[in-house]
Design a protein around this ligand. Sequence first.
Ligand code: DNO
Length: 399
Amino acid sequence: MRQTWRWFGENDPVTLDHVKQAGAVGIVSALHHIYDGSAWPQAEVDRRRAVIEAAGLTWDVVESIPVRNEIKIADAGRDRAIASWTDSLRAVARAGVKTVCYNFMPVVDWTRTDLRWPLPTTGFALRFDAIDFAAYDIFVLERPDAEADYTPERVAEAKARLAILTPEQIATIERNLIAGLPATERKFDRPAFKQALLDFTSMSDDELRGNLLYFLKAVGPVADELGVRLAIHPDDPPFSLFGMPRIVSTPSDVRQILRAYDSPSNGLTFCTGSYGARADNDLPAMVREFADRIHFAHLRNVTMQPDGSFYEAEHLEGGTDMVAVLDAFLAEQQRRKDAGREDWLIPMRPDHGHLLADDIGKDRINPGYSLIGRLKGLAELRGIMRALGATKYPDLPLH
Ligand code: DNO
């Protein structure tokens, strides 16, 4: 697989030299300074590409072109918002980036309650605590009718939890949930967040899916024309939050998306950490089923806890059999190569990493996107790929 690395641009404390030291050869990036869904100017896109190439790397994947809320709620402005999105798509295609990740999560992008969960190793992990989340939703945010979305036992647990959380802890949970993790599109305060949720209170999964399909039917032909592979990122976590619909969480969701616009350009970002946070998702089986439409992989692992919480585990630990997942990816690469497909090499990035060693205590680290944790993850994944390649796919080039 092509070893890539997410880089947030010149403000990222992890430099392009660090990326090379970690052994990655490609970059995953976006214009994070223009992240409100307006069209990306060609000159800015070209500049980003030039910076990456000057360091001896290539810009392999755009992650992400933000999808404006008007599109998710089918508001009057949606066609204009889609036109801006395709303008950005054309700009990145002209700059030669042909794989584009995006997501269709309502209001909140990826969501965690705890960004510094102490591990027994003395490092720190990101974590989603299901009870903290419920406590915040029901008793702090006071979302109308929130209780109805939980079991009576969970409501009681949430109430008991609230009683022992300090005001500082509650403020931290709130900041983590609504004020934005790296690369989230919108940051809120409490009143604005409650207001934003109203757009989705009565929206069913099928309605949101309808809005995604409308979007795909509009952008799919443009992607076909440009030779761009679109790669939708799954919901993280893959279950409903704040009573909102979720449509990219399960194999059945994926089948509906792929069928809706049946072209290779309509594909997936296979994020093992997101899909892996549901016990009923069989990840190696999903990679095998959707293989020819997977254009990009995020590789990380999660450990599910009995109360529905999860934390980000070591890349090779946790609930997902990473060796089986990588085996399925290498088998797909072999199949593509044999079929003469030009896009046989699937880009992967080590997704997230623990906060470790000299990164602990640095103040500008993007949560999950530290250098050392990801470097370790990539090294472990590379070892598996090398071993599988040598024993099972000896004719498949490494890069
Ligand atoms: C979190 C990321 C997400 C992802 C977007 C893709 O670490 O995986 O922010 O980039 O959801 O659109």
